[in-house]
Design a protein around this ligand. Structure first.
Ligand SMILES: C=C(O[C@@H]1C=C(C(=O)O)C=C[C@H]1O)C(=O)O
Length: 113
């Protein structure tokens, strides 16, 4: 018998493992798991496109940040947050955190161009 025949395959399953025997809590958490996964996928897509924006800016002598665009976007999303019963201050803080990271990437892309 080859040496590896009895070695179990590595577990590559990323399905969340229930951490509680309480079925109600487990049901809530399974929904949270899906939402968190969607957030990660959406953030990955956003950073994929802002990376392209950063490369475009770096090669077309455009500034890394655009405060006017940021302000319009924050105003629009604060209104959306209100309509969705999300605290608009939290919505703005969350977006500001992401935009600041994007600008940092754009400045780095410009410095390396
Ligand atoms: C993505 C851009 O670059 C920066 C990042 C922004 C963002 O992450 O929403 C908005 C404006 C810019 O400061 C852009 O100019 O559109």
């Amino acid at each position: 018998m080859p040496e590896n025949a009895s070695t179990p395959a590595p577990n590559l399953d990323i399905t969340p493992v229930p951490s509680t025997p309480d079925p109600v809590l487990a049901g809530f958490r399974s929904s949270i798991d899906n939402i968190d996964a969607a957030l990660i996928h959406m953030l990955a897509e956003r950073f994929r496109i802002t990376k392209a924006v950063g490369e475009y800016k770096a090669t077309h002598a455009l500034p890394a940040s655009d405060p006017g665009r940021e302000e319009r976007q924050i105003t629009r999303l604060r209104k959306l947050a209100e309509e969705s019963q999300l605290d608009p201050d939290f919505g703005e803080k969350f977006l500001r955190f992401i935009i600041d990271e994007v600008i940092r990437h754009h400045e780095k892309a410009k410095a390396e161009a």
